[in-house]
Each structure stands twice: as C-alpha cells, then as structure tokens.
Design a protein around this ligand. Structure first.
Ligand code: AMP
Ligand code: FE
Ligand code: FE
Ligand code: ZN
Length: 282
C-alpha cells in the first residue's frame, strides 16, 4: 500500500512524525509520504523512523495556495513531493504563509476570546514550537475549554468561513506555487481538487492552467470526492496527461480519515520518484 498524503504534529496531525511512520508500518503501508502544511520540519524525524520501521518515505509538503485564474480567489492545496527544502523560490513562500498563519491565529484567538474562555497560551498548549498553525489547533483549544466536543464540531460551527471568528491568511498564487515547486525540483500534485464540501473548487480551466505551468498530477482518490467526482477527475487527468494519485489525508485522531483508506499505484509512485530531486527513502 502506498499512501502519499499524511500529516504529523509539524502541522495539524496529532501524531509526531516518528509515531506517524510507526502507525503506517502497523497498518501495512509500504511507502508513506509525510505532507505537512507549508513545512518540511517533520522530515528529519520521519526519515529516521522510516529506517527503523522499514517504511519507504516520500518527503513532501502540502502547500497552501490561492487560484486567482477565475477572477476571485479559491483556496487550493498543492502536494509537493521530493523537492529541495532549502530552495528559496518555495521556502520564501511557505515561510511567508506560516508567518501569516500565526498572525491570523492570533487574530482569531482575539475574536474567539470575546465569546469563549480562550487565550493565546491555550493555543500554544495545543502545539509544538514551529508547528504550522491552523484552525485545527484553535479547535483543539476550544475542545480543551469545553466549548465543543471535537474538531469536527468546531469546524461545523464556530470555525466555519463566514462566522465572525473566521480570518483568512496569505497564500501564494497557485500557478506561481506550481512553478516554485518545480523550481525546487519537486513534483506538484493538486490535493483533493474536487472537495466541494469544504468550500469553492476550481473549474477545469484552472486545472488546465496549472497543468501548463508544470502540474504533475491530480489526487483523485480522496475521501472528500464522490464516485462521480472521481470519474470526472480521472477524465480530466487523462485528457491533460496528468498522473492520478489516491491518499488518505490522515491527520491522526484529528479527523475521521484512516491511514491507507485510499492508495496510489506503484507505477505512479515510480513516475513521481523519477521526476523528483530527492530519493524515495527505502
Ligand atoms: P486552515 O488551513 O487553518 O484554514 O484549516 C484548514 C485545515 O483544517 C485543513 O487542512 C484540514 O486538514 C483541517 N480540517 C478541515 N475540516 C476539518 C474537520 N472537520 N476536522 C478536523 N480538521 C479539519
Ligand atoms: Fe490539514
Ligand atoms: Fe488539504
Ligand atoms: Zn492534507
């Protein structure tokens, strides 16, 4: 089994990078990608654990971006695989995103504090230093304060876009982000492109523009895609000559997604490995 999209405590997963690899090994995953939001800070620990547990490791990240190709902005996530983590084109953008994610979390804590018993220290208590901050950590602080039962309830109510507590954050343009991933020697794959329950999705014309900029593939098999959406995305991928991946988007205990619930074909992994600047650790 090959699972190319998972999160650790370097972002909004609940397992440390080493524990994530251990969970993957126990679940029978042969090759795992660690893809924390806007950071590679989990790579060293995960690489070490991959050797110990005999799991193949694809070092990756999930890059926050905004597609502006339609006139309005639509948030999109790009999986970047096997890139040089120090390449400035990508690093400058992810560092800017991470810094603004912190300012945004501070603003959201201030707004939440008007109605709920939440402080910045409560948020920090839910995270490791250096973690890419996101709404899931605000959800954890709300759970700890007894305001909601779990992350799902927080996302369905208080943290939804459109509430008085929601604040957006900086993210690079999606076409520029695809180019930056390629410049860094990485392989860009569009994460959950048809996840319309989370918010707006992009039209096929945007996928075409991203493909022209160097997009390598579409994450078709994902929990947030209906069978119809998967069929449609497979056709788009075929017509644009894009790779098709499937992944769990595992976040540990923070989400329903089970590790290995969607998987990628070995031939597709080989194609990704052939395009990436780094080796798949085996
Ligand atoms: P943010 O990027 O900070 O706005 O938060 C979005 C992140 O929250 C996504 O990366 C998802 O992984 C996570 N997320 C979305 N919905 C849920 C949910 N119902 N439960 C837990 N995490 C969620
Ligand atoms: Fe996430
Ligand atoms: Fe995502
Ligand atoms: Zn993800």
């Amino acid at each position: 089994m090959i699972d190319l999209h998972t999160h650790s405590t370097a972002s909004d997963g609940t397992d440390s990078p080493a524990r994530l690899v251990e969970v993957a090994a126990r679940a029978g995953i042969a090759t795992l990608a660690i893809t924390d939001h806007d950071t590679t800070s989990g790579w060293a620990e995960a690489s070490d654990a991959a050797g110990r547990f005999g799991v193949g490791l694809v070092r990756g990240a999930e890059i926050s971006a905004i597609a502006r190709t339609t006139g309005w902005g639509t948030g999109v996530h790009l999986l970047a695989y096997l890139h040089d983590p120090a390449h400035p084109d990508l690093l400058v953008e992810t560092e800017r995103t991470r810094a603004d994610r912190e300012s945004r979390a501070r603003r959201m804590v201030d707004l939440l504090a008007e109605d709920f018993p939440i402080t910045w220290d409560d948020l920090l208590a839910q995270t490791k230093p250096g973690t890419t901050l996101g709404r899931p950590h605000l959800a954890d602080a709300l759970v700890a304060a007894g305001v909601v039962r779990d992350r799902d309830e927080a996302f369905a109510t208080i943290l939804r876009p459109g509430t008085k507590y929601y604040v957006g954050h900086y993210a690079p343009d999606a076409v520029a982000a695809v180019r930056a991933v390629r410049a860094a020697g990485g392989v860009p794959v569009f994460a959950h492109p048809g996840a319309d329950a989370r918010g707006r999705i992009v039209p096929d014309s945007t996928i075409e523009e991203l493909a022209a900029a160097g997009l390598a593939g579409l994450e078709v098999d994902h929990r947030d895609h209906t069978p119809d959406t998967r069929r449609r995305l497979r056709e788009v991928a075929e017509s644009l000559d894009l790779l098709v991946t499937g992944s769990s988007d595992f976040h540990g205990a923070g989400k329903q997604n089970r590790i290995g619930e969607n998987t990628t074909d070995p031939g597709v992994l080989e194609a990704i490995a052939a395009q990436g600047a780094l080796e798949v650790l085996r």
